[in-house]
Design a protein around this ligand. Structure first.
Ligand SMILES: NC(=O)c1ccc[n+]([C@@H]2O[C@H](COP(=O)([O-])OP(=O)(O)OC[C@H]3O[C@@H](n4cnc5c(N)ncnc54)[C@H](O)[C@@H]3O)[C@@H](O)[C@H]2O)c1
Length: 292
């Protein structure tokens, strides 16, 4: 897709972080943007902030883990705009770092419900209508290098969900290409440095009915500021990635027709080769997580 001018773009999880920056970037290129999010207050604040830059913006409360809610989003988008050209399945959540045996049923229910099934719900609600329109379109699914490329051992729930996102997207794109459609799917791996997004306070979005059944271990949850200052204390200065630059990079990747959109994509080759080598030798490809 060469230009986003007048294209209809839907961004889930658009109230904060990467989704908000994606929405801002699409708006800046003249797209009609629909941001959707489960967090009403943040959605309203972001809508009024982004609206100030002009253009067409709508904000619709949606819970991606609920098929009916995502279908209602698609109904509203097609009713008002008659199309969706770019679907960014971006909403995501995470749970505290843990040994797999200390994760809980609700950890899995919540994270897989939003990160993995949420993306399936987006595809189910939008892709048939995007196909029926006969227009060119793209589904961009937000994965993570943590799982999509190589997992951090301590983040088993999140990494499992993101590995699933990457595989689902490969399957989807193969089907869209194989069936001669005008749609494509691609994977977005946010990267480039530490990302100052709301994921650090992700538990704000955790529904009471899926609360963790036992307390998180000490040190398993920290804010962006706590993490950065902890790193600084041990002499590590980590680069912070600007979110608007990251979003612009994603739009450029979409324009280029890249299947994998990732700052520093070339660096994944060695990681994947090493991973493949170890697996082919019958070894576990990861040795330890953040806490070794
Ligand atoms: N921040 C990182 O380091 C990083 C790295 C790789 C991938 N990602 C992925 O990027 C995406 C965006 O995350 P972010 O880092 O900007 O965090 P964020 O918390 O700022 O944004 C996520 C958004 O998703 C929304 N959301 C949560 N549950 C939802 C639900 N059930 N339905 C609809 N919306 C829901 C949140 O309210 C929030 O606005 C996620 O998929 C995340 O996994 C983040």
């Amino acid at each position: 897709m060469q230009s986003f001018k007048d294209k209809v773009v839907v961004v889930t999880g658009g109230a904060s972080g990467i989704g908000k920056s994606l929405a801002r970037a699409f708006l800046g290129e003249g797209a009609k943007v629909v941001i959707s999010d489960v967090e009403q207050g943040a959605l309203d604040r972001t809508a009024s902030e982004l609206s100030a830059q002009g253009g067409t913006l709508r904000a619709i409360v949606t819970n991606v883990s609920k098929p009916d809610s995502v279908n209602a989003l698609a109904d509203a988008v097609f009713e008002e705009f008659g199309a969706c050209h770019v679907l960014c399945n971006n909403a995501g959540v995470s749970v505290p770092n843990n040994n797999v045996w200390d994760t809980t049923p609700n950890d899995w229910q919540w994270v897989l419900g939003v990160n993995l099934r949420g993306i399936a719900h987006g595809i189910q609600a939008f892709v048939p209508r995007m196909l029926a329109s006969g227009e060119e379109g793209i589904v961009m699914n937000t994965s993570s290098g943590d799982g999509g490329i190589s997992p951090l051992a301590d983040q088993s729930v999140y990494a499992s969900s993101k590995a699933g996102v990457s595989i689902m997207t490969e399957c989807l794109n193969a089907q869209l290409v194989g069936q001669n459609t005008r749609l494509r799917a691609c994977i977005f791996y946010p990267s480039g440095g530490i990302l100052p997004t709301g994921i650090w306070t992700t538990k704000r979005n955790r529904p009471a009915e899926l609360a963790r059944e036992k307390p998180a271990p000490d040190g398993a949850e920290m804010t962006f500021e706590e993490f950065m200052s902890g790193m600084k204390d041990i002499g590590i200065e980590l680069p912070v990635q600007d979110l608007d630059e990251l979003a612009q990079f994603a739009l450029n990747g979409l324009r280029e027709g890249d299947f994998v959109i990732m700052i520093g994509r070339e660096s994944m080759e060695e990681t994947l080769v090493e991973r493949a080598r170890k697996l082919a030798r019958g070894q576990c490809p990861i040795e330890h997580g953040l806490h070794g």
